[in-house]
Design a protein around this ligand. Structure first.
Ligand code: PEP
Length: 247
């Protein structure tokens, strides 16, 4: 049976001292969870986090990767660099990357392709803005974003993780209701099924102000296979509580 995945996104937070305290708290409290767990950390801390996570059940993730293999791309991090640090997952197309770094659907699709080719599982993030939701365009937007990734990745699509993150719910404290999230997840699942006979194995995460109080209800929906958690992943007790809800 497919396990749920609970992935933390630290965003641009952390310090050597804070990371050590947080990871030690998580490693000592996580026990043997019934779900997969990962932490997507800033790239400068990959080495530190790799060493703190060694021997634990928690996997290491990155927050972004270049669509290029190597070369004159100052400031970028390549998939082979992620491989050097035992990175299992990499976020691609997070709405903050789309918004502040102007990443297009095509670039996000290439990043997913590059990650898959390197054995790193891309957690592909998609989601509508508040204006798009209010204009009744949610389905159209998320289907367009997913179609670009399906188009670029063909039969490999069953190897991705997909995260539905309504932009209006990220970091705002406004969570999508379990029904709203399930409705979009069902649409995405149908789109994936039309593209791949293996679509049922794809983990579909929900992200957007998931916390210890609302996790059980969201994770109880039939097409929600885990969570991508920002703010609440920075506090060990909150993140551990979400992990327990996924069991
Ligand atoms: C995120 O950064 O992907 C996210 C879902 O953040 P938050 O949980 O803080 O809304």
């Amino acid at each position: 049976m497919k396990k749920k995945l609970i992935a933390g996104n630290w965003k641009m937070n952390g310090s050597l001292a804070a990371n050590e305290a947080l990871i030690k708290g998580l490693v000592s409290g996580v026990g043997t969870p019934n779900c997969l767990v990962a932490l997507c950390v800033p790239s400068v801390y990959l080495a530190q986090c790799r060493s703190l996570l060694t021997g634990s059940v928690i996997d290491l993730g990155a927050q972004d990767v270049s669509q290029h293999e190597a070369g004159a791309f100052t400031g970028e991090v390549s998939c082979s660099m992620l491989n050097d640090f035992g990175v299992r997952y990499c976020l691609v197309g997070h709405s903050e990357r789309r918004q502040y770094h102007f990443e297009t659907d095509a670039v996000v699709a290439l990043k997913a392709q590059r990650a898959l080719a390197s054995g790193v599982t891309p957690i592909v993030c998609i989601g509508e803005t508040l204006a798009e939701r209010e204009a009744g365009r949610t389905e159209e937007v998320v289907k367009r974003q997913l179609a670009a990734v399906i188009h670029a990745n063909g039969h490999c699509i069953s190897e991705i993780v997909l995260a539905y993150e309504p932009v209006w719910a990220i970091g705002t404290g406004k969570t999508a209701s379990a029904e709203q999230a399930q409705q979009v997840h069902a649409v995405l699942r149908a789109q994936l099924k039309a593209a791949s006979s293996q679509a049922d194995r794809i983990q579909l995460l929900y992200g957007g102000s998931m916390n210890a109080a609302n996790a059980s209800q969201l994770l109880g929906q039939p097409d929600i296979d885990g969570g991508l958690i920002g703010g609440a992943s920075l506090k060990a007790p909150d993140f551990l509580s979400i992990i327990a809800s996924a069991g």
